[in-house]
Design a protein around this ligand. Structure first.
Ligand code: HEC
Ligand code: HEC
Ligand code: HEC
Ligand code: HEC
Ligand code: HEC
Ligand code: HEC
Ligand code: HEC
Length: 416
């Protein structure tokens, strides 16, 4: 059994998600963010550092953004466990997963998982052993990560320690799979959740130590979902300014608007979470302030032209290779994305291409005609299958496709 079930005994320092998000490298303590330049100082002392007030505080005055934001993957990317938040199946045959058949003649134990609801709470249970001699280990799902666009992974608390559960939900096929990066034919309940994981998938959590690999937290400090203030900085001064009857400072002085950042700082804000996971840290998780150069917080991402995107794709690195980006000093992620509203269907973004290009500048318009205007995307930003295997489950490989952000000519793609 020892070889199959890895319960919470070791303080094994593993990196989650096949090491793709391995941020384990420690930096010398001197390499904390460099002293602020004068023009950055205002932002550091001012809006970004104001106290946080939470998304509900913005709603009365920014009604439209607040309402549509509730439906975005950013908002939904982590949630307390509930029947609504957990997308996988807990009833019928969909609630069990057989990984290994037992072979009694060789005394090889079997392994299966059962997803159970007890008293309105949700559990993952691993069952190991030979028929008649099974043992099980069960943990409750406490936190859900992932909106479910591709999938979800689940976390549980043991005292003040946060761990990942062995099974994840995969939307393609509406199925349970081994959690990404987990070894097939094992039941591992001991993978630690370190702060950087939550920096990308939540608003806040307070670790009990400065060790970048700690999984000891103040439980009550977890704020799930990415919130307005992740990108706009603390809002307390701004709310006070607009609710007070006294004459007060203009919004520009009380809240950060990324539209006013230099292009590179705008992209840095997105790059905090969208430049892949392999970046060594120079400053602790949750210390980044929007508007600051990200390179003072994380080592620049390695440039590896051979790498294909994985489930943690690198949209920033790919876009930055595109001639569109290199030749347009103001192009940023916001040229196409409005992060306050859910994604539109891919083809709809063609209108963004046509804000800079004309249909006629594409040679294919001569052969295919004006209908290419409806879908520049599938030819110039095709979905690409990755060779990277997310995980193997009961011997079957799970892969995914990613929309590349390297906008260019893909001669092999000639059909929209
Ligand atoms: C009591 C009303 C009120 C509340 C609450 C409020 N805002 Fe505002 N906000 C405004 C008004 C009014 C403006 C536009 C006024 C202006 O341009 O000076 C504004 C402007 C902004 C801007 C643009 C600033 C700029 O420089 O262009 C941002 C960003 C913003 N708010 C974000 C937020 C966030 C995030 C919250 C919640 C933490 C929030 N607001 C809460 C009233 C409010
Ligand atoms: C704090 C981390 C963080 C920051 C900052 C951030 N993102 Fe994201 N973003 C995520 C995560 C995590 C997801 C995946 C959410 C999910 O599906 O669970 C995501 C998803 C997305 C998606 C896909 C949405 C969908 O519906 O599938 C887009 C587009 C996106 N982000 C754009 C941006 C842009 C543009 C910026 C900068 C303005 C930005 N993000 C900043 C973490 C972040
Ligand atoms: C550097 C930021 C970053 C880190 C660290 C990170 N993620 Fe992600 N994660 C993302 C982004 C961004 C996406 C959306 C996919 C994409 O476009 O790359 C995502 C996607 C996911 C998804 C699929 C979401 C969906 O609905 O499709 C899950 C589940 C997930 N992450 C879990 C985790 C867990 C668990 C950890 C830590 C053990 C982790 N991630 C660490 C940024 C991060
Ligand atoms: C993932 C990062 C992110 C999140 C989360 C986010 N915003 Fe924004 N917000 C931006 C960016 C980037 C811009 C600038 C867009 C542009 O360039 O036009 C912006 C602009 C704004 C503006 C100014 C709009 C204008 O027309 O001038 C307001 C107001 C605002 N956001 C409010 C909110 C509120 C309220 C929330 C939460 C419900 C929120 N934002 C969540 C990134 C974010
Ligand atoms: C902000 C303006 C802007 C946007 C938006 C934009 N582009 Fe471009 N694009 C450019 C510029 C500028 C060039 C470089 C032209 C040159 O150097 O001659 C370019 C180059 C290209 C090229 C040639 C690339 C190469 O490697 O030869 C293609 C193809 C292209 N764009 C397609 C698109 C598509 C499709 C979209 C929408 C997904 C898009 N562009 C969005 C400005 C833009
Ligand atoms: C020229 C337009 C354009 C620009 C600029 C752009 N994107 Fe996208 N992005 C798209 C399109 C189109 C999609 C596909 C949307 C869909 O499938 O519904 C997409 C999808 C995404 C997704 C979901 C990825 C997936 O495979 O599910 C993320 C995350 C994302 N973009 C982040 C970013 C970030 C971060 C930036 C800035 C570095 C950025 N995008 C800049 C057009 C753009
Ligand atoms: C059916 C696939 C397809 C569609 C749809 C498509 N393109 Fe293209 N595009 C191509 C191919 C292939 C080339 C290279 C043609 C050549 O040089 O022979 C190209 C070339 C280009 C170029 C480079 C021109 C140059 O010579 O540098 C631009 C810019 C461009 N397309 C923009 C767009 C825009 C904008 C749209 C949407 C309105 C679009 N394309 C729709 C396949 C497509």
């Amino acid at each position: 059994m020892a070889g199959i079930v890895n319960l919470v005994r070791s303080s094994a320092r593993s990196c989650a998600l096949s090491g793709l998000v391995c941020l384990a490298i420690r930096a010398p303590s001197q390499q904390l963010p460099t002293a602020p330049q004068p023009q950055q100082k205002l932002q550091q002392d001012g809006p970004a550092k104001a106290k946080r007030v939470g998304d509900q505080a913005c709603a009365p005055c920014h009604e439209a953004y607040s309402a549509s934001y509730l439906h975005t993957s950013h908002h939904l990317t982590s949630q307390p466990a509930s029947g609504n938040a957990i997308l996988g199946s807990f009833s019928g045959s969909g609630s069990t997963l057989k990984i290994l058949d037992p072979i009694p003649s060789k005394s090889s134990p079997g392994l299966s998982f059962r997803m159970e609801v007890r008293d309105g709470e949700y559990y993952e249970t691993a069952i190991v052993g030979l028929p008649g001699h099974e043992q099980s280990h069960s943990e409750r799902i406490d936190v859900v990560t992932g909106s479910g666009t591709r999938g979800q992974s689940y976390l549980y608390w043991l005292g003040d320690q946060l761990f990942e559960l062995p099974l994840s939900y995969w939307a393609d096929g509406h199925q349970w799979i081994n959690s990404p990066g987990y070894k097939d034919k094992t039941a591992n309940f001991s993978r630690s959740i370190y702060p950087r994981c939550l920096e990308c998938h939540a608003t806040d959590i307070v670790p009990r130590s400065s060790d970048p690999l700690t999984n000891h937290y103040d439980r009550a400090s977890l704020v799930t979902g990415i919130s307005c203030e992740t990108c706009h900085g603390g809002g307390a001064d701004h709310v006070t300014a607009h609710t007070s009857t006294l004459a007060s400072a203009p919004s520009t002085a009380t809240i950060l608007n990324p539209a006013r950042f230099a292009r590179d700082r705008q992209v840095d804000l997105c790059a905090l979470c969208h430049s892949g996971g392999k970046r060594a840290e120079l400053a602790p998780a949750f210390s980044y302030l929007p508007g600051q150069p990200l390179d003072s917080y994380l080592q620049p991402a390695p440039v590896d032209p051979a790498t294909l995107p994985d489930v943690h794709g690198n949209q920033v690195g790919l876009l930055q290779r595109s001639r569109c980006y290199l030749s347009s000093p103001t192009m940023s992620c916001s040229t196409c994305h409005d992060v306050h509203a859910p994604e539109r269907p891919a083809a709809a973004y063609s209108d963004r291409c046509l804000s800079c290009h004309r249909v006629q500048s594409c040679k294919l318009s001569q052969t295919i005609g004006p209908k290419i205007a409806n879908n520049c995307i599938d030819c110039h930003m095709p979905r690409q299958p990755t060779n990277a295997i997310i995980v193997k489950t009961a011997g079957n490989a799970v892969r995914t496709t990613m929309r590349t952000h390297w906008i260019r000519i893909y001669p092999e793609v000639t059909q929209p």
